[in-house]
Design a protein around this ligand. Structure first.
Ligand code: SF4
Ligand code: SF4
Ligand code: SF4
Ligand code: FES
Length: 941
């Protein structure tokens, strides 16, 4: 495996953001001619001409501020010495950046700064302070003012945040951190208090940990003096090299420079710095990707293969060869005894495209069936079904940058500030620039109202009634004549039947408000706003898909976008916010039981023929078992062996008792993971996995962007996961081998039309690409369905609303819905093993004040949450973010096991579980029971 060192540790900073447009202004800087777009700052033009101007308050990720007066220049015909960061270029401008006058002025300014700055620059243990270098650049040899006067040097640092510290002694009050928090992150946690000498940076008059700060790290990144510094840099020292790779948490797919020390097995990550050239994040990050990478070296990590005869036995450490032999013999034996359909595999959205591809290949070629499914089954499988049905491809229609052109954003069943934070920052920027937002969600999420942003409408749609809601939106659009007749007639089919269906009075807001909980006038106003656009974009999450009508709802949103002509250009579209880092990729790679890579049905002989001839096998024409079918068949006695890669089905899948019963019924369960997770309690073989820092491959994010994942260090377990899978297949009699993951991608590209132009070499050259990458679109496709849909005409579908059978009743009068919180991630296997648990040490049940009062529940009480399938306990939080009748929790901690109460209801088309609707009761538990619970609730660290 090759460790690829990427760009130099320091990324060039040109001082002010790039200005878009043609380079039409001819400017001369220190005698060097340069062409820039009009409006570009003199500072940026100078940097482009190679004449870098000293700066402290400017950085190219933030708007110019003009406070430090270090960047002064002289301009022919202009009086005085203007600040180069705030002076825009005009055609014919002649600039001098190093005259004697400006050099002297800069020395004076720098001297003043250094007179109130720690004097131990040379021995400073903080990372990359710019002060020392700037003092040298401006030619400052000594500071004449004594350090005996008033200063900030004795002020105490703020060490409250687990990941970074603030030292006021080193702070020059340049305000870069304040601007990063407001402009880039959109949290507005920092302010400058006081004036003049008394100016201080403060997180709202408290410490960082107690403040509104969400620990995104943008301020740390922006700080020129390292007054804000990562604690890891202080404890480990500065990194010596960097590798560009991709975050392994959510579907935003942020790019990072992993900055490290050492090499080979001695490699140590010092910090993860968001990469400015990252297509998805453009230099921004959230607390998970930026700081929560320590799980990769956590002591709980299993580094050796282990086997046991029975799940009641102790684990025995064995060699890789012995473990693989055990798996191969076991699966072959089960196949011989119970038939070819008795075994199967589950691939993971946490793994790379290349790893997922080889898992589905192993199942189809070595196992000999289509019993391959993926964890996307339980999150976004309805997206695949619904968007494919409507548009002809199972993916979102836009890139993230498209939101910059949106006038109206309709956010349905998604909570981007917690689940997709870097994209949420982008949305909030757009809101501050004037875009209107409609939030359809039972909870009052942050986008409804937070500092400097407020949604135009919050529609508190009752869980389970999404389809009635979207039909009512479409009804208003059609019956009030707001639909785009030209678009519909030219680009859609079955329009007349659909228009007749949706115009029926039963879909009106007035007829449905009792069901949806949305007052009819609010819904009408929101529908008019969306239809008026002119650019309206839909963003949605698992609050859409994880319903018994998840696929219908996806089609309903597609109907709404088609009716209003909001497809096929920037600023519009239907955009799933994908949960895990590689949900899109794991679906693309053929890990559904009915689809080969590229979403081609296994029943299509011409598609099977491609793989039959390349792999030398005969692929079955019938779809295999989905995950819930595997569980049912296991309990029924016909499904006996399962390979699970990187998914903790015992914790993440619904109705835990049912899942556990299924796992107990199997004769061979193989878990391939970083940790001994809940599923491993039922496993006979455990294979240690590689963390994202050890992987070589690609992830595909929510905007179809294929990003490189590069190994920062060698695999700590001695083997890459794709190699292990190849060895299992080979031991089962189907030889499978590759020289490197790049060769797997070459096979994907050769067999999957949408990936035809993808290779590691091209990704390395272009940074990232959005599929389809074809001859017609050699650099990828940011916006889909321009001019026509992938399927030709868009499919308008009569989306009949069928209420879920899961209804509140006398015994279970409340409805539970679930979601995520910013600091934790899914089942918490990674984030619980980092200091992120500081913010969210346990799952909390949010309950409306009136529901709480009725039950005598106060915030902090331990309550019993029960449904018709199970019971669990959580701590309550009384919150008016919830509507009456609905309670909410997360599912990050196995000790609460929220899925103990979720039911086996699922989407009619895809079996995606109905996590978002469970009828429950909530009761306060006794003091004795509470003590017992607290004792049991010791969390792993
Ligand atoms: S903490 Fe850093 S970025 Fe913030 S004002 Fe001080 S020196 Fe500037
Ligand atoms: S870490 Fe992020 S949220 Fe916190 S103060 Fe800094 S920029 Fe603001
Ligand atoms: S937004 Fe998602 S991809 Fe980006 S750093 Fe956070 S968790 Fe990682
Ligand atoms: S960098 Fe221009 S005034 Fe500070």
């Amino acid at each position: 495996m090759t460790i690829i060192d990427q760009p130099a540790l320091e990324t060039p900073d040109r001082g002010t953001p790039a200005v878009m447009g043609a380079a039409s202004a001819h400017v001369t800087i220190d005698g060097i001619p340069v062409m820039v777009p009009v409006g570009t700052s003199v500072m940026r033009a100078a940097a482009l001409a190679g004449a870098t101007v000293p700066k402290l308050c400017a950085t190219d990720s933030l708007k110019a501020f003009g406070s430090c007066r270090l960047c002064l220049v002289e301009i022919d015909g202009v009086k005085g010495t203007p600040a180069s960061c705030t002076t825009p270029c005009t055609d014919g401008m002649v600039v001098s950046t190093r005259t004697q006058q400006v050099q002297q002025l800069r020395r004076g300014v720098m001297e003043l700064y250094l007179s109130d700055h720690p004097s131990d620059c040379a021995g400073c243990e903080r990372g990359s302070c710019e002060m020392q270098r700037l003092a040298h650049d401006v030619g400052l040899a000594e500071v004449r003012y004594g350090l005996g006067g008033a200063s900030h040097l004795a002020e105490a640092p703020d060490e409250s945040n687990p990941y970074f510290a603030y030292d006021p002694a080193a702070c020059i009050v340049c305000s870069r951190c304040v601007r990063a928090c407001s402009e880039t992150q959109g949290t507005f946690a920092l302010t400058v208090s006081g004036r003049g000498f008394d100016s201080r940076i403060t997180p709202g008059g408290t410490d960082f940990l107690s403040s509104e700060c969400v620990s995104c790290g943008a301020c740390v990144q922006a700080c020129p003096t390292d007054a804000l510094t990562e604690k890891s840099v202080v404890s480990l020292g500065m990194p010596t090299r960097s590798v560009v790779t991709t975050c392994a948490y959510c579907g935003v797919g942020c790019s990072f420079k992993a900055e490290v020390q050492g090499s080979g097995d001695a490699t140590r990550v010092v910090r993860m710095v968001p990469w400015k050239d990252g297509g998805a994040n453009e230099g921004h990050s959230c607390v998970k990707g930026r700081f929560a990478y320590g799980y990769a070296s956590h002591r709980d990590r299993q580094l050796s293969p282990m086997v046991r005869d029975s799940i009641d036995d102790e684990w025995q450490v064995v060699s890789w060869e012995a473990a693989i032999e055990r798996i191969a013999t076991g699966f072959l034996g089960l196949r011989d005894t119970y038939g070819v359909g008795a075994i199967g595999g589950i691939s993971s959205s946490r793994c790379t495209n290349e790893e997922v591809y080889v898992v589905q290949k192993m199942v189809r070629a070595a196992f000999g069936n289509n019993n391959i499914d993926t964890c996307a089954r339980v999150c976004h499988s309805p997206t695949g079904y619904g968007l494919n049905h409507a548009f002809g491809t199972s993916a979102g229609t836009q890139d993230f940058a498209s939101v910059e052109q949106a006038d109206v954003m309709l956010v349905i069943g998604a909570n981007p500030t917690d689940a997709h934070p870097v994209f949420a920052s982008r949305m909030k920027r757009r809101m501050r620039a004037g875009a209107q937002v409609i939030v359809a969600d039972p909870r009052r999420i942050d986008l409804v109202r937070s500092p400097h942003v407020e949604a135009a409408h919050h529609l508190p749609v009752q869980p389970g009634t999404n389809v009635a809601f979207v039909n009512a939106m479409c009804h208003v659009v059609v019956t009030e004549g707001l639909w785009d007749e030209e678009f519909v007639r030219a680009r859609c089919e079955d329009a007349d039947a659909y228009l007749e269906f949706i115009a029926h009075p039963e879909h009106s807001p007035e007829a449905t408000e009792g069901e949806t909980g949305i007052p009819a006038p609010d819904l009408r106003a929101a529908a008019r706003l969306y239809a008026a656009g002119p650019n309206s974009a839909i963003y949605y999450g698992l609050g859409v898909t994880e319903h018994s009508q998840g696929s219908t709802m996806v089609m309903g949103m597609a109907n709404l976008a088609m009716l209003t002509g909001n497809l096929g250009r920037e600023g519009v579209g239907v955009n799933p916010l994908r949960g895990q880092n590689n949900v899109q990729g794991s679906c693309d790679m053929g890990s559904f039981p009915h689809e080969l890579p590229g979403y081609r049905h296994v029943s299509r002989p011409e598609v099977r023929a491609i793989y039959d001839s390349l792999w030398g096998v005969t692929i079955q024409a019938e779809p295999g078992l989905r995950i819930p079918n595997m569980f049912d068949s296991a309990i029924g006695g016909s499904f006996k062996g399962l390979y699970v890669q990187g998914e903790d089905i015992a914790q993440s899948d619904p109705n835990t008792q049912h899942v556990e019963a299924a796992l107990r019924s199997m004769e061979l369960v193989v878990v391939h993971d970083l940790f001994l997770n809940e599923t491993a309690r039922f496993a006979h073989v455990f294979l240690p996995g590689a963390s994202f820092l050890e992987k070589d491959g690609t992830f595909t994010n929510a905007e179809r962007r294929i990003n490189r994942v590069r190994p920062v260090m060698p695999s700590r377990v001695g083997k890459d996961e794709w190699q292990v899978v190849c060895e299992i297949a080979t031991a089962m009699g189907y030889p499978m081998s590759y020289d490197a993951p790049s060769q797997i991608m070459d096979e994907i590209a050769a067999t999957t039309p949408t990936f035809a132009g993808v290779s590691f070499a091209r990704l390395d050259a272009e940074g990232s690409m959005q599929w389809p990458v074809t001859e017609a679109a050699p650099h990828g496709t940011p916006t889909m369905h321009v001019g026509s849909f992938v399927r030709g005409l868009g499919q308008l579908t009569a989306t009949v609303y069928v209420p879920t059978t899961e209804r509140a009743n006398r015994r279970y009068p409340l409805v539970l819905t679930t979601g995520r919180i910013l600091s934790q991630y899914n089942v918490g296997a990674q984030t619980r093993r980092t200091p992120n648990s500081t913010w969210h040490p346990e799952d909390i049940l949010e309950i409306h004040p009136s529901d709480a009062e009725l039950r005598g529940v106060a915030s902090g009480d331990v309550v019993e949450l029960s449904s018709r399938v199970g019971t669990t306990r959580l701590t309550a939080l009384v919150s008016d973010r919830m509507p009456a009748g609905v309670v909410y929790t997360t599912f990050h901690h196995p000790v609460t096991g929220a899925n103990v109460v979720t039911t086996e209801n699922s989407d009619w088309a895809t079996n995606c579980p109905e996590y978002k609707v469970t009828a429950v009761q909530v009761e306060v538990v006794t003091e004795a029971a509470r003590a017992q619970w607290e004792e049991a609730a010791v969390l792993p660290r």
